[in-house]
Design a protein around this ligand. Structure first.
Ligand code: PMP
Length: 417
């Protein structure tokens, strides 16, 4: 475009922006929360388990104990996690808390195979595929674990960069969201998973924190299957390498669901031995009502189909508006995920912060620019995470329109210097 054409575009978009600003919007696209309609799907939980609070083993779920969680619920999720049921722990409402505990226990005690607690090492580092989940990075920052960013491709992390990073014995682990990653929707391929499992690492106690938060959260008919990381690790002689996490936060209630961890028998023993100091047992009443409500692994998939009916049109709307509004200008690219909770938008380098500022001033709160990068620092200041789940379809349409207008304004401003 010529300067004059860019100026004309800027004028036109600024006028549209002012009109949106004057309409007094108050919309929030910051976090991947389920919408009220999605939460309503599981309202039956609110009356369960009723008077029958004894599980299939005869346990009175109201009482203390049962550190590893109810068997009947672990049986439902073991196939989803691809871990033998004896090696699955069911916990309380946040898998993030399980990840936190794994890190803290490792820092204080080391993990099976450690020579000493991670915390007494001179430095501890984690490989962080980017863009990634901001709370993963915040956890590492909290405990002084240094982050080594590597690019996340469509089939998983850039393996050349990972191979290089793990030559450093201070690199003790890595994060990975294998299926429908937050925020790009990337799915780790079988080949990349196999390579990660077999990887020659300088640290003998290297761990992959395999956070399968979106294991069953499909947005299309295609039911992408997560690679069997535990099996691959066992097959390549690193049985303790993978620690798998999941939860029902985006299956039932985000604030009152159940979390899961699966790993080798040794890792599970290690985890429970430390967990047992922190708690006498999880909320088994919640676990029982989940087992009763979901019924079976097939029951989980059936519920996820109903979530998909609510979510898929929202994702389609986001992608359609971005295409219609931005497609012709070549100022942005975005993911079209087949599952998960986010669309990742890349705008013109150096303009993401400005875009977020513009949307905010028009009443649309977005996740801060850089949030998907360690220390909140997107070196290219170009990535924006869109969370379409919570707003109503009408609100979402307006919010994405504001976003697209802001992207065009920021790009035109930059082009004009
Ligand atoms: N992992 C990822 C990748 C997530 O996106 C989220 C939620 N945004 C979580 C974990 C949080 O899970 P939970 O609610 O089980 O703590």
């Amino acid at each position: 475009m010529t300067r004059d054409q860019i100026q004309a575009l800027l004028d036109e978009q600024t006028a549209a922006y002012r009109a949106l600003q004057d309409s007094g919007l108050k919309l929030d696209l910051t976090r991947g929360k389920p919408s009220p309609a999605q939460l309503d799907l599981s309202n039956e939980l609110l009356t369960l388990p009723g008077d029958d609070y004894t599980d299939a083993q005869g346990t009175d779920t109201r009482n203390y104990g049962g550190l590893n969680g109810l068997l009947e619920l672990r049986e439902i999720f073991a196939p989803i996690m691809q871990v033998p049921v004896e090696q699955v722990v069911a916990g309380d409402n946040a898998s993030l808390a399980m990840m936190h505990d794994n890190l803290v226990f490792a820092l204080f005690h080391g993990v099976p195979g450690s020579e000493q607690p991670w915390g007494v090492e001179e430095s501890v580092k984690f490989v962080c595929p980017v863009p990634g989940y901001d709370r993963h990075f915040a956890l590492l920052e909290e405990y002084g674990i240094e982050m080594v960013p590597v690019a996340l491709n469509e089939d998983g992390p850039d393996m050349d960069a990972v191979r290089e990073a793990v030559k450093d014995p201070a690199v003790k682990g890595m994060w990975l969201v294998p299926t429908y990653g937050n925020p790009t929707g990337a799915v780790v391929s079988e080949a990349v998973a196999a390579e990660l499992a077999a990887l020659d690492t300088a640290a003998p106690d290297f761990r992959i924190f395999w956070d399968n938060a979106y294991a069953v959260h499909h947005l299309t008919e295609e039911q992408t299957k997560t690679a069997d990381i535990l099996g691959l690790c066992v097959a390549s002689g690193h049985p303790d390498r993978a620690v798998i996490f999941a939860s029902t936060s985006k299956i039932t209630f985000a604030g009152a669901g159940v979390s899961f961890m699966g790993s080798s028998a040794d890792n599970i023993r290690w985890y429970l031995s430390h967990l047992g100091k922190r708690t006498i047992g999880p909320d088994k009443v919640n676990q029982l009502r989940h087992a009763r409500y979901l019924g079976s692994t097939a029951g989980v998939h059936a519920l996820m189909d109903r979530h998909r009916e609510i979510l898929a049109p929202k994702f389609e709307a986001v992608v359609r508006i971005l295409r219609e509004r931005l497609g012709e200008y070549g100022v942005a690219s975005w993911t079209e995920p087949k599952g998960g909770y986010f669309v990742s938008l890349d705008v013109v380098d150096g303009t993401a912060s400005r875009v977020i500022e513009l949307t905010r001033e028009a009443g649309v709160a977005m996740t801060p620019a850089g949030a998907a990068f360690p220390y909140g620092d997107d070196p290219r200041d170009r990535n924006i995470r869109i969370a379409p789940s919570y707003p109503s379809p009408e609100e979402l349409t307006i919010a994405i329109d504001v976003l697209a207008t802001s992207v065009l304004i920021a790009a035109a401003e930059q082009a004009l210097g």
